[in-house]
Ligand binder design. Structure first.
Ligand SMILES: *[C@@H]1O[C@H](CO)[C@@H](O)[C@H](O)[C@H]1NC(C)=O
Ligand SMILES: *[C@@H]1O[C@H](CO)[C@@H](O)[C@H](O)[C@H]1NC(C)=O
Length: 300
């Protein structure tokens, strides 16, 4: 794995150089944007703090409550990215979620794209769980191990969303590819604009080893850190018009973003071989009939 990682570092460096030379949308309001420019606190304002310069944000969870924030704007299609550093030490039972959703709540017709970070006992590995909801139906979980300790440093977690695919990235490495089939369907969220959210909460009824490991409240507060929010996306404005996917005006909507590049395919293959813990598409006990979207190839 050592060799592989250093190759990946070079790829990341190249990717970073490309990214920094490209133009970024104004929506993120530049590197010195304050939290309030882009976000609102969803609940428990007193569990939210920032660094002195306002550039790092902290969400904390204690026995009383967790905390969450959301973007003021909704977006339809684009690139969404943020750096997170997760709760360190004994974080069993604690879930940090970073997700996009069409609404502020768990409504029956919502679309949603999830990254969830499942904490663990000290020294045991975090897992990331991803999921996709369309019109209130999820159950499309994948779980991955990471190739680094996500509590030690900030790492970038991103979503690419266009009408052809949704790709979940960790440090520019595609870990999950979710394809559309180019027809009306009930699995690919594409019509409704989404907010971006993050929150921290107690999920010790299911998160760590299936709920066997309970949150140790003596270790509270549990704190997740955030920085460098970056959105290059179509900002939704009512009523409607602008965010159609056929303009191909933006890089995330152009041909190159409709499928993985050759180097992304190599990285993705490596992730598939080494880091996937669970894939609902392979869970024939749960889904005796393969869900439709599972037949779409991530390589196309
Ligand atoms: C979405 O789901 C609801 C049930 O929750 C159903 O009544 C509705 O027809 C669905 N809409 C579409 C577009 O499939
Ligand atoms: C936590 O650690 C245990 C033991 O290494 C592992 O089996 C499990 O997958 C890890 N993660 C979660 C979320 O349970």
């Amino acid at each position: 794995m050592g060799k592989r990682v250093s190759r990946m570092h070079i790829l990341l460096l190249i990717a970073a150089l490309i990214a920094s030379s490209g133009s970024l949308s104004e929506a993120a309001a530049g590197p010195k944007a304050s939290f309030e420019d882009n976000f609102d606190i969803m609940w428990s304002e007193n569990h939210f703090t920032t660094s002195e310069d306002g550039q790092i944000w902290f969400l904390s969870l204690d026995k009383e409550t967790g905390c969450g924030f959301q973007t003021k704007q909704r977006y339809r299609f684009g690139w969404f990215s943020m750096k997170l550093k997760l709760v360190g030490g004994d974080s069993a039972g604690v879930v940090t979620a970073y997700y996009m959703c069409t609404e502020n709540g768990a409504g029956p017709e919502r679309d949603e794209l999830d990254f969830e970070f499942l904490g663990n006992r000290t020294g045991e590995p975090y897992l990331i769980q991803t999921n996709v909801y369309k019109n209130g139906t999820g159950g499309r979980e994948m779980r991955h191990m990471l190739w680094f300790d996500p509590t030690e440093d900030f790492h970038t977690y991103s979503v690419l969303w266009n009408n052809h695919q949704i790709v979940f990235f960790v440090d520019k490495v595609p870990v999950r590819v979710y394809k559309n089939n180019g027809e009306a369907n009930n699995f690919f969220p594409s019509e409704k604009p989404m907010y971006l959210f993050s929150s921290i909460w107690n999920a010790d009824d299911w998160a760590t080893r299936g709920g066997l490991e309970k949150t140790d409240w003596k270790k509270a507060p549990f704190v997740s850190s955030y920085k460098d929010f970056n959105v290059d996306a179509c900002q939704w404005e009512d009523p409607y018009p602008a965010c159609v996917s056929t303009t191909t005006k933006n890089w995330w909507d152009q041909y190159g973003a409709w499928h993985l590049s050759e180097s992304q395919k190599l990285d993705y293959a490596w992730v598939q071989r080494n880091l996937v813990i669970y894939d609902y598409c392979k869970d024939t006990e749960r889904y005796p009939t393969l869900p439709w979207e599972c037949s779409l190839s991530p390589w196309d």
